[in-house]
Design a protein around this ligand. Sequence first.
Ligand code: AMP
Ligand code: ZN
Length: 112
Amino acid sequence: MSDCLFCKIIDGGIPADIIYQNDDVLAFNDISPQAPVHFLVIPKKHIATVNDLQPDDAELVGKLYLAAQKILADKNQDSYRLVMNCNEQAGQTVFHIHLHVLAGRDLSWPPG
Ligand code: AMP
Ligand code: ZN
């Protein structure tokens, strides 16, 4: 999608602090970190929200979690939070699905 910020990061049109990628997913540090470790894992395929996921995307969604798991292991983090916001009321501001990965501090519950 030409007007999607995260598609532009995937295409290299906008720089990002990329920490991992494979054929299907890309991970980069969040520009406004909310924890000592805060990165995003996104699919290279544009999907606007979780509501837009299709049954064929099931494996791709699993790959987001497996990428997060690998990166966290490389960072020696075994306690963390994975969050995917869906739509404005839940705080979604970029409409290309992304898994927030937060670690490195105590994380309270429930979130705000
Ligand atoms: P959300 O509010 O759940 O849609 O999350 C969007 C996230 O993208 C926020 O945590 C932003 O700080 C982050 N973000 C926005 N622009 C960039 C960028 N250019 N590079 C890295 N992270 C970004
Ligand atoms: Zn996109």
